[in-house]
Design a protein around this ligand. Structure first.
Ligand SMILES: [Zn+2]
Length: 86
């Protein structure tokens, strides 16, 4: 179960954080949900299922490695992401 923080803005313009009540995980896709998210929010009550994908070993190496290629990948990860953005 997950809860969360939410900013509540007061009439005075100040804000304070409150802890949201915990929400149950989706019974269909096991997604963590926020308080008051509906059953249709993540997977339309099980109507939509995502294909499982396998991350190529080369990318795993770039993500968790400590060699020069991995360091360059981490330093430039935002640039790499932008190259593949649609
Ligand atoms: Zn779901």
């Amino acid at each position: 179960m997950s809860g969360g923080l939410s900013a509540r803005y007061l009439a005075s313009g100040e804000s304070r954080y409150v802890v949201l009540p915990k929400a149950p995980r989706c019974v269909y896709c096991k997604a963590y949900k926020f308080y008051r998210e509906t059953v249709n929010f993540c997977c339309s009550a099980g109507a939509v299922s995502l294909a499982e994908t396998v991350l190529p070993e080369y990318l795993v190496g770039l993500l968790i490695g400590r060699d020069a290629d991995s360091r360059e990948f981490h330093d430039m990860i935002r640039t790499h992401k932008n190259h593949f953005a649609l």
